[in-house]
Design a protein around this ligand. Sequence first.
Ligand SMILES: [Zn+2]
Length: 106
Amino acid sequence: MSVPTNNKLPTNGVRRARRMRYERTISPEEAALGKILILKPYWNRLPAPGSKVLVAMGGETMRARVQRVRCKCVGPQRPHYHYYFVLPRRVTLKSWQRVKLQISEV
Ligand SMILES: [Zn+2]
């Protein structure tokens, strides 16, 4: 009897990308916080919140943390999450800067 090779649940249903490209224009808030917002379609391509990933950006590769934050920015009746890449403190993000990231697993 053969073992199915298309079983999609070995990682709690989370699909992980070994490598992922991500482009974004940094908002003033992200620049102030030193972290990069991750849009929802990308969430399930990343390891669990709290995990470290490698981020290649502007010729430098650094470790970053995937952070999930509870938020009520659209009102207390609609709580939801925001996800971020939290970069090392030495990295400076500028408002309206266009960043191109290559994400990979640590
Ligand atoms: Zn929000």
